[in-house]
Design a protein around this ligand. Structure first.
Ligand SMILES: NC(=O)c1ccc[n+]([C@@H]2O[C@H](COP(=O)([O-])OP(=O)(O)OC[C@H]3O[C@@H](n4cnc5c(N)ncnc54)[C@H](OP(=O)(O)O)[C@@H]3O)[C@@H](O)[C@H]2O)c1
Length: 254
């Protein structure tokens, strides 16, 4: 099994790869990044002077290494892998461990599904695969937030809907709440500032309380919140969110 002192080979430093890179370097991990262009190499070197960056070749030697694959699935099939990795960690959506095994040799295989909040070290990352590499994989993704072990790739697909897609669903909630305040007469800038504070405060409340309890604490008899909640329930907002998660899960499973 690989351990924290191993050098990590990161293939692909795009949106997600760079967020991972940032988190891993902050944790003091030894990382080499493979990129496709000189321009990207220079940019990364300027930003992270201690980072080892190399230009990727068609055939990549992964022998004995801990490898993180953060390329798009289309690019994955263009790469030839040489040797047997100690551990292969893929963050690619829709590429199952059986597909990874057909293309890459490794002692252990892990799949992980981080989300956009990796950018601010607040990703909640679902991780699954070889139990032998569980502790190491969870620790790796704690460099960009929280990590949660799930027992199957099917659950990883559900996590893709919940952690991966739901930031977009919540973005719609944030936008709609702001629009509601603007519709009632509030200036947009003020409404946006208040919505930001609302999400921040709500995240802290949710850390220590159940959603139902939070709702009950705010919803008083004949009150303003009760009036708003009735409208949401009448329009089937719960079923809409449940259907959105189901649709995203089914799409992730295909
Ligand atoms: N973004 C997210 O929030 C998120 C969340 C969960 C999972 N994922 C998964 O993460 C993977 C990457 O997503 P992304 O959003 O980070 O995509 P991205 O921004 O397009 O990053 C992919 C990077 O891989 C590089 N690349 C491609 N082939 C390469 C090779 N042979 N060697 C070295 N680098 C190579 C690309 O370089 P060029 O710029 O030169 O093309 C690009 O920088 C995807 O499979 C996606 O399913 C992403």
């Amino acid at each position: 099994m690989a351990n924290a002192k191993d050098s990590i080979l990161l293939i692909g430093a795009g949106n997600l790869g760079e967020a991972l890179l940032d988190g891993m370097l902050k944790k003091g991990l030894d990382v080499t990044a493979l990129v496709r262009s000189e321009e990207k190499m220079i940019k990364l070197n300027e930003f992270y002077p201690s980072l080892k960056v190399e230009i990727s070749k068609k055939t990549i030697d992964i022998g004995g290494k801990t490898v993180i694959l953060a390329v798009k699935p289309g690019s994955f099939y263009d790469i030839e892998f040489k040797g047997m990795a100690k551990l292969l960690v893929s963050v690619m959506a829709k590429i199952y461990i059986d597909d990874l095994k057909l293309n890459v040799n490794a002692q252990s295989y892990i799949r992980a599904m981080p989300n956009l909040a990796a950018r601010c070290e607040k990703s909640v990352t679902a991780v699954t695969g070889s139990h032998a590499a569980k502790a190491e994989a969870l620790a790796l993704f704690e460099s960009i937030g929280k990590s949660v072990w799930v027992e199957s790739e099917d659950e990883l697909n559900i996590a893709t809907a919940l952690a991966g897609s739901a930031p977009a669903f919540l973005a719609i909630v944030a936008e709609a709440l702001t629009d509601g305040a603007v519709r009632a007469g509030m200036k947009r800038g003020v409404a946006e500032e208040m919505t930001k504070g609302l999400f921040d405060g709500f995240a802290a409340l949710l850390e220590n309380s159940h959603p139902a309890r939070i709702k009950e604490e705010v919803m008083s008899p004949k009150g303003t919140t009760a009036a708003g909640i009735f409208e949401l329930e009448k329009d089937g907002v719960r079923a809409s969110f449940m259907k959105a998660i189901e649709a995203a899960y089914l799409k992730a499973s295909k």
